[in-house]
Write a protein that binds this ligand. Structure first.
Ligand code: ADP
Ligand code: MG
Length: 244
């Protein structure tokens, strides 16, 4: 469903942060990305929905190939509509309620009438177990609830693929479980997902495939059992020894 080819990115002429990434993801597939920090994992996600402009490469989503280094306005909007992003620090609008946060993208990106957007947002709040928090502002929600709203916002856009950037790394340990549980629920619904995570146990449990990145490249990838239990590359082995 998504084909990433030769994705390349450097910042201010320094060494490339992404060094020719090729990655295919099937419809309904759940792919976890792991790797040391500073290795380009966030940059990869940000390039997929053009929060960053890559230097080279292409992304095909549902058959439409976009030359991402010089995408037209229309192609950029198209990619943004087909992808949705869940941020490490939730990325909520602090002066908007939970309901408004979820409805926001429907109104601005999808140009839906407000009444319709709020109705959909209310249904999503119900779905994520926060129906009673519709009128709460982020500051009055727990970290776990805020991130569930962040995920609710991604759910609202009904995008082809959800991109998660370490969705639990900013959370106090007590809130991690409820967020991972919600992601697992989406997985059972066959939502296509690309998840950068440092939760190895979660990656093993939920991912169809695990990708190990280092130095802006994909070093190794495979089903979780293979990658975690029989890593082929010494760099993968060294990383796993450090983190598990
Ligand atoms: P990871 O998510 O794997 O920890 P990142 O993609 O965040 O890695 O960062 C990879 C490298 O790119 C790091 O060296 C980081 O400092 C650099 N980098 C990321 N974003 C920017 C930016 N906006 N400007 C300059 N350097 C950046
Ligand atoms: Mg990161």
């Amino acid at each position: 469903m998504i084909k990433i080819r030769n994705l390349t990115k450097s910042f201010n002429g320094s060494a490339p942060v992404l060094n020719g990434i090729d990655l295919d993801i099937e419809e309904g597939e759940i792919v976890a990305i792991i790797g040391p920090s500073g290795t380009g994992k966030s940059t990869l996600l940000r390039c997929v929905n053009l929060l960053e402009t890559p230097d080279a490469g292409s992304i095909s989503l549902d058959g439409e190939e976009v030359p991402v280094a010089h995408a037209s306005k229309e192609q950029t909007l198209g990619l943004r509509r087909k992808t949705s992003f869940v941020f490490q620090n939730y990325g909520l609008f602090l002066h908007k309620t939970a309901l408004e946060n979820i409805a926001e993208g429907l109104i601005t990106v999808w140009k839906q009438p407000k009444a319709e957007a709020y109705k959909k947002a209310q249904a999503i709040l119900q779905d994520i177990g926060l129906a009673d928090k519709a009128d709460s502002y982020p500051a009055s929600l727990s970290g776990g609830q805020q991130q569930r709203v962040g995920i609710g916002r991604a759910m609202a856009s009904q995008s082809k693929i959800m991109l998660f950037d370490e969705p639990t790394s900013a959370l106090d340990p007590e809130w991690v479980g409820e967020v991972l549980q919600l992601i697992k629920t989406l997985a059972t619904r066959k939502q296509t997902m690309l998840i950068v995570t440092h939760e190895m146990r979660f990656a093993r449990e939920v991912a169809d495939r695990v990708v190990f990145m280092e130095g802006g490249k994909i070093v190794e990838q495979g089903p979780p059992a293979q990658l975690f239990d029989q890593p082929k590359d010494p760099r993968t082995r060294a990383f796993l020894q450090r983190v598990t």
